[in-house]
Design a protein around this ligand. Structure first.
Ligand SMILES: NC(=O)c1ccc[n+]([C@@H]2O[C@H](COP(=O)([O-])OP(=O)(O)OC[C@H]3O[C@@H](n4cnc5c(N)ncnc54)[C@H](OP(=O)(O)O)[C@@H]3O)[C@@H](O)[C@H]2O)c1
Length: 289
């Protein structure tokens, strides 16, 4: 089958392209190949290429959205809608990535958000991602919405992908102690999506590794996997409150997610994030040796 992937140079897009290239014809579309905000370009490309599936990985990130609100709506909502409309016109399926940041994180206790919980985003990124989900659903009856969270994998300079590298290089890591969510190994995300697709059950999924953590828990686990001593941990990982950090966008405090749709379809939960992190660190360290 022919699969078009937008935002294919990003963390998730690259992994989808790598995975599906083994068995499918993949059009890995980087930003310079296709700007999803250009409705005519999207429509032309989709009509010419006629993919059976479009995977939208293009996004404007959390802090950038706060700085460039108009662009955020253009990429995360109008761009997603352009792809979904073009997909509908050729009767292709569309898979759109979304986020735990559609929730406000104000819930107390140790429960997980499911698709039955009402979204209430607290930053521009979350607002645009929620509006993007709705636009995709409205444009295409054959759409999968995949909400995921705190992704780590090779090729991205975010906290979760690089904490272990900083520790290995003896660089100090500032880690927030009072914001919690699910985290996700990009390989596990893509493998689960590959299981979801053939079921043709068009719905909203939450795809994350099992368990939850704060940034601080995540850094501690990376240090444990690297076999750091308590003294090294004390020296290298600085616990900080979110109020002491400078980020453009406010993050929701507590947004672990769980997938009741996957439960209904008989999928077991993905492995615990600690196991996935150990595999990621091992493969990243092996690559760099
Ligand atoms: N990373 C996470 O922790 C996380 C968590 C939850 C959900 N998600 C979701 O997962 C999806 C993929 O995220 P990611 O982490 O892979 O993002 P990423 O690494 O930032 O990649 C996004 C890609 O989109 C491209 N892009 C931006 N504007 C575009 C446009 N107008 N047209 C075409 N391409 C454009 C970017 O290219 P340029 O850099 O050249 O602009 C970049 O290559 C997103 O839907 C995101 O909301 C991610």
């Amino acid at each position: 089958m022919k699969i078009a992937i937008s935002g294919a140079a990003g963390l998730v897009g690259k992994e989808f392209a790598r995975h599906f290239s083994n068995e499918h014809q993949v059009l890995a579309l980087k930003h310079s190949d296709l700007d999803i905000t250009d409705a005519q370009a999207v429509s032309r490309l989709i009509f010419d290429e006629r993919p059976a599936l479009i995977i939208n990985c293009a996004v404007l990130g959390v802090d950038a959205c706060e700085l460039e609100t108009a662009l955020a709506w253009s990429v995360n909502v109008a761009g997603a809608e352009n792809l979904a409309k073009a997909a509908a016109e050729i009767n292709a399926e569309v898979l759109h990535l979304s986020t735990n940041y559609v929730f406000d994180g104000k819930r107390k206790g140790d429960s997980f958000y499911t698709v039955e919980d009402a979204p209430n985003p607290i930053n521009v990124y979350g607002q645009t991602k929620l509006a993007g989900e709705r636009a995709v659903r409205a444009a295409s009856r054959r759409s999968f919405i995949i909400r995921t969270s705190w992704i780590f994998g090779i090729g991205k300079k975010n906290f979760f992908s690089t904490a272990h590298r900083s520790l290995k290089a003896a660089r100090q890591v500032r880690a927030i102690t009072d914001v919690w969510a699910s985290s996700t190994y990009v390989r596990d995300l893509v493998l689960r999506v590959a299981e979801i697709l053939p079921r043709r059950h068009y719905s909203t999924y939450h795809v994350v590794n099992d368990g939850l953590c704060s940034y601080y828990d995540f850094a501690l686990e990376a240090a444990r996997i690297l076999k750091f001593s308590d003294a090294e941990v004390m020296q290298l990982i600085e616990p900080v409150k979110s109020s002491a950090t400078r980020q453009n966008a406010q993050r929701p405090r507590y947004t672990p997610i769980r997938c009741i749709v996957s439960d209904e379809l008989g999928f077991s939960a993905l492995r615990d994030w600690r196991e996935a992190l150990a595999e990621y660190i091992h493969s990243d360290c092996t690559l760099n040796e």
